[in-house]
Design a protein around this ligand. Sequence first.
Ligand SMILES: Nc1nc2c(c(=O)[nH]1)N[C@H]1C(S)=C(S)[C@@H](COP(=O)(O)OP(=O)(O)OC[C@H]3O[C@@H](n4cnc5c(=O)[nH]c(N)nc54)[C@H](O)[C@@H]3O)O[C@H]1N2
Ligand SMILES: Nc1nc2c(c(=O)[nH]1)N[C@H]1C(S)=C(S)[C@@H](COP(=O)(O)OP(=O)(O)OC[C@H]3O[C@@H](n4cnc5c(=O)[nH]c(N)nc54)[C@H](O)[C@@H]3O)O[C@H]1N2
Ligand code: SF4
Ligand SMILES: [Mo]
Length: 698
Amino acid sequence: MAAEESVYSVCGMCSVRCPILVEKRNGEASWIMGNPHSPLKGGLCARGAAGIALERDTERPATPLIRVGERGEGKWREASWEEALDYVADRLKEITAKHGARSVLWSDRGGPFVDLHQAFMRGLGSPNYCNHDASCARNVQHAALSVLGMGRKLVAYDFRNAKHIILQTRNILEAINVAECNAVMDALDKGCKLSVIDIRSSVSASKASNFFMVRPGTDYAFNLAIIHELITKKLYQADYVAKYVDGFDALSAFVQPCTPEWAEKETGIPAERITAFAQELAEAAPNVIWHPGWMVARYNDSFNVCRTAYIINALLGSVGVKGGLPLVNTPKDVGRKGLKKLVDLFPKPEEKRADGVGWKHPQFDAGPGLVNLAYDAIATGDPYPVKAYLCFRHDPLMAMPDPEALKRKWEGLDLLVSVTFSWSDTAWHSDVVLPLSTYLSRESIIASKAGLKPQFFVRKRAMQPLLNTRADWEILCGLAARLSDVNPEMKKLAFTSIEDIWNYQLQDTGVSVADFDAKGFVELADAPLYREVETYPTPSGKLEMVSGKWSKANIDTLKPYASPARPAPGEFRIAFGRVGVHTQGHTVNNPLLHEQMPENVAWMHTSRAEELGIADGDMVEVASAGKPAGRMKAFVTECIHPEALFMVHGFGHRLPVESRAIGRGVADQELMPGGLEVWDRSGGGLSLQEHFVTVRKA
Ligand SMILES: Nc1nc2c(c(=O)[nH]1)N[C@H]1C(S)=C(S)[C@@H](COP(=O)(O)OP(=O)(O)OC[C@H]3O[C@@H](n4cnc5c(=O)[nH]c(N)nc54)[C@H](O)[C@@H]3O)O[C@H]1N2
Ligand SMILES: Nc1nc2c(c(=O)[nH]1)N[C@H]1C(S)=C(S)[C@@H](COP(=O)(O)OP(=O)(O)OC[C@H]3O[C@@H](n4cnc5c(=O)[nH]c(N)nc54)[C@H](O)[C@@H]3O)O[C@H]1N2
Ligand code: SF4
Ligand SMILES: [Mo]
């Protein structure tokens, strides 16, 4: 039977948001594939293919819920949308009347659709918009700002034209972005070299010509030794460095003691391999991509690990260059007008942020702040009371370390609202759950994507929701309408149709809503544009080996290396990561994906397992500070560093409403006691791997 119609849209199974084509039968989505007009050419990852199973799953919030029992008790009354939105709006009015608009906190998952969220918070008058990134990429974002003067996404990775790709703390073939995977595989087919630096052998490592299994937490030493070799052996691109680099002499002096022999003692990688590797990099320069990392909320020096990755790229002349890390283009860079921002409907609040970012911590990016520090304001009332928290596409009780400590910080909240399409620990602990339609049954605002060829893209509704859920714009515009009786400014955001929002966004861009019909996206340039610049937006105008901005905040960006503690006898350092078939914790109960991987396992080195009398497949109990987090199967292997215990994040669910996920595997975030207070002071990211665990046969 032929499909009724096809809809170009955007995947929502993870934050990559690949372009898709959805076929329909009997009014419902029946088949999803990658958008054939995009570089994906119809390809999709396993999670993207499980979207229909998500829509059909009834084990997710099916209608708005208002808490009737204690927080976390799971006692709810079902509410209509009118009632639930009235309830949230009334609570917000009470709270802001008493404590001011600044007492409202928001967090989300970042990404291309946040303009609407930021507009909502600005309309309210609160400066406290945050995203999730303190437990993900903040350290690399701040490293990019400190070296390049701009955010990490303003450079691309030009894999297809590279001669040597280096993945450090980055598992590109399992922590998936489909377009990136394809680009890396194409590059390898063309003879590009791949080197992987990891604490265990990942799928990416299995494709590498160099694999360096470093001792956990010693990447900074490894990178300093590479810089030492590039400089002392004069392997760097001298002309490029003369033109673009500031602080070269200070860097040279700083790395002087960081010899490969010194690094060998720290990392366990033989000195001669480090020396040979530096030579190989120089041979491929400037077509080298030393990936600065993505999930880098790991150590107290992760910011410096990421900084040294950018520094190595700078020494090899690959920043701003084809086949390296070329600058991406915004619409303006190709002579086009960008989307009109919803956030510009309102003036910027003058109030300072509750998390201290921008004033107490002037070096950090005040756009999304640091949500963990905002939680301190909830607990202490300093710098002012924070009383309402809107958690939108964010599950901090799984995404942040030590959920019990976090719940205690949240005791000061008068209102906790969760907007989500799946159950989550945070939704379960909320006062109100507003169920979001899945990405197949909702539209999103138009998004702008910078790139070598910048584009606008849109998510369209491929079917009507099967449960009583709503789109994010329906929820936020519905709240804005209700709040406008006390805050007339909010009327501006009370849109009643998505077309009205799209038309507002597209004003003066020369693009119309109908232009998305052909391919689902609109490209703003005909061909990739490699743009050369003379200066970078840092204080010195150059790539800064010593950051001017950080120095002003009294932070030494040539931070002396501190050797990470070795685990005490019987202990392991916790390590975690992703797997191809799941997204964080929110697909673990998906019927199809659960079947692919129902539980996580504890990776441990053969020698350590022998010591503990553990065989492959045995059930083990994993504990931190004497407190067990649960039981899981041991995966005994030579392919992991003996100091590390690795598990895939997102498992160990405890909610009775998730029949498939409950009781399967262990939650790594429960093994990080006190973890909310352990973060990289230079980079702002949490240090989730600065924790040790014990394992015993169960
Ligand atoms: N399938 C899938 N894809 C995803 C996601 C998902 O949930 N599922 N999530 C997306 C998100 S939000 C993110 S942030 C990215 C994350 O993308 P990545 O950062 O690439 O993914 P991870 O698996 O967290 O970590 C990468 C590797 O770091 C290694 N590692 C751990 N400790 C150390 C160390 O001390 N040194 C070194 N050198 N390596 C170490 C791990 O063993 C792992 O192989 O993935 C994105 N893509
Ligand atoms: N211990 C430990 N902690 C970690 C990690 C780890 O590996 N170990 N990984 C870290 C990383 S890399 C990240 S990115 C964070 C991820 O942390 P989160 O951002 O919290 O993770 P998700 O599970 O992607 O999303 C959270 C919730 O949002 C809902 N959701 C998904 N898509 C949407 C949407 O489009 N709109 C709305 N409103 N809701 C949506 C999901 O149903 C889910 O309940 O966790 C971090 N924390
Ligand atoms: S990487 Fe997979 S899950 Fe993520 S957006 Fe793309 S297809 Fe969807
Ligand atoms: Mo992430």
